[in-house]
Design a protein around this ligand. Structure first.
Ligand code: 9MR
Length: 470
């Protein structure tokens, strides 16, 4: 009896232990942990309801567990941050920045110069007055970007400035009408002056509809070339990617291939592509079947592939968490997100998760070694996950018996390399240090204290790791 009891206890113990293990494993394998392993950002907006505390706790739990980049649905727009002239309102934005810091997330700011959600006073007081509008826009950017300097990592400086049909500048915009297209160049220059370390994007929709000169992305490409040639500080293009399931809209002409073509053209200009507002809706009113949802998952995966595979693509951001809180109804679409009304993951979630689990980066590319989130201020649970993931990522990129590295103080020690090339990047991806023919160790004394990504290449070995210089 005694033996039996003991045996039963052991069996129960093993069962509980295994259950605990598998739960722990399942909890660790989030979109976020897998994205970090693949050196990309995955995110979702914080819906406006979150700011008023009107969402269930489960929403935030999902958000901070599954995502490592965040953007406010409405709370950093012009009408929210400067509702009346010169009176700035940062409360909600600060709340999000605090949340992001507490959870080790990257922050996107959206959006500085846009035709929509501009408070009435701008047009009423200064409409068509070029000099005044330039002053107003500059003052807005100086204040807002200045307020979140060093805290908002990237900004949509200009949003939706191109018209939908014959590509040309959008006419109905207080900025365009009063200032002309040079409001765009100026906005980038002012944003850069206000925070020289922020990544600055042009953001728009329908960019997945081809790059011919007749398409929006084709027109944009010409502008990006000009901006780059003129030294305008632009670093990225945000593709909103609000798309519709092709079986419910036969006329929808967007495709992941077209967006990939844009990414490749931008790479030639040294500009990043980010997916910033993804949703893949079905027409409102139709019954959405299980196979529809599976097809939707496949499309989510095809857009993810661009971010995983194109070296200048680093961000996959979804415009919402749950179908229950989504702007899509206003566009006559439904069910475009990856969690259902009850916050249960949909097939699209699984499709993204599995793709992130199975993605094998090509060995010869220096892909994404520069874009891992700064997770240094996460809570302990999340930090544990990160440590585990980083280790796995290193083991994977190092390969058996290959190169390994660690940092002590200012010295980077490298084992298993004969003549390594070492590159150190800051957390915005800018190179800060480079050396060739390194063997054994190298002193990084010229690199100031902080977090960096370091890449070590030796023959076919290609190893990247986040390091802290102290
Ligand atoms: O999701 C946002 C919705 O709550 C607002 O009512 C709407 C007002 O313009 O803006 C929505 O967000 C938009 C984003 O800021 C820019 N790209 C299109 C998004 C969906 O309309």
């Amino acid at each position: 009896m005694r033996t039996q009891q003991t045996l039963a206890g052991v069996v129960l113990g093993i069962a509980l232990f295994s259950a605990g293990l598998s739960n722990a494993f399942a909890a660790d394998e989030t979109l976020r942990s897998l994205a970090e392993k693949n050196n990309i950002y995955i995110g979702a907006i914080l819906n406006s309801q979150w700011f008023g505390g009107g969402l269930p706790g489960q929403y935030e739990q999902i958000h901070k567990t599954q995502f490592n980049i965040v953007v406010a649905e409405n709370e950093m727009k012009f009408d929210a941050t400067e509702p009346s002239e010169g009176r700035f309102n940062y409360g909600n934005g600060d709340k999000m920045v605090k949340y992001a810091k507490a959870n080790g997330m990257r922050v996107r700011g959206h959006a500085l110069a846009w035709h929509s959600q501009v408070p009435g006073w701008v047009d009423q007081k200064y409409g068509k007055n070029k000099k005044e509008l330039l002053r107003v826009l500059k003052n807005h950017i100086d204040n807002v970007v200045g307020h979140w300097k060093g805290q908002v990592d990237e900004w949509d400086v200009v949003n939706e400035a191109i018209s939908n049909n014959e590509p040309q500048w959008r006419g109905y915009s207080v900025w365009y009408q009063g200032i002309g297209p040079e409001f765009i160049d100026s906005a980038f220059v002012w944003a850069h002056a206000a925070d020289p370390n922020a990544e600055l994007c042009y953001n728009d929709y329908n960019l997945e509809q081809g790059i011919s000169p007749k398409a929006k992305a084709g027109f944009l490409l010409e502008q990006v070339k000009r901006w780059v040639a003129n030294g305008i500080p632009i670093h990225c293009v945000g593709s909103q990617t609000h798309v519709e399931d092709t079986t419910t809209d036969k006329h929808f002409i967007g495709s992941p291939d077209s967006l990939r073509a844009l990414a490749k053209e931008l790479a030639k200009l040294n500009i990043k592509l980010k997916i910033t507002e993804l949703d893949i809706g079905f027409k409102s009113g139709i019954n959405v079947s299980k196979s529809d949802l599976e097809r939707q998952g496949k499309t989510f995966r095809e857009y993810l592939d661009i971010i995983l595979e194109e070296p200048n693509a680093d961000t996959y951001l979804i415009w919402g968490v749950s179908d229950k809180w989504s702007w899509l109804g206003g566009l006559n679409r439904q069910k475009g997100l990856i969690y259902d009304d009850n916050l249960n993951p949909k097939p699209a979630f699984d499709s993204i998760l599995v793709r992130l689990q199975n993605f094998e980066p090509p060995q010869d590319t220096a892909k994404k070694d520069t874009v891992v989130a700064d997770t240094s201020k996460k809570d302990t649970t999340v930090k544990d996950t990160t440590v585990k993931d980083t280790t796995t990522a290193i083991a994977k990129s190092a390969g058996p018996g290959s190169v390994s590295m660690y940092v002590a103080g200012h010295t980077l020690f490298i084992a298993g390399a004969n003549s390594a090339k070492v590159d150190v990047f800051d957390m915005q991806g800018r190179p800060v240090f480079s050396a060739k023919n390194v063997k054994g160790s190298i002193d990084l004394k010229d690199v100031s204290e902080g977090l960096y990504m370091v890449r070590v290449r030796d023959g076919s070995a290609n190893l990247t790791k986040r390091i802290a210089i102290k």
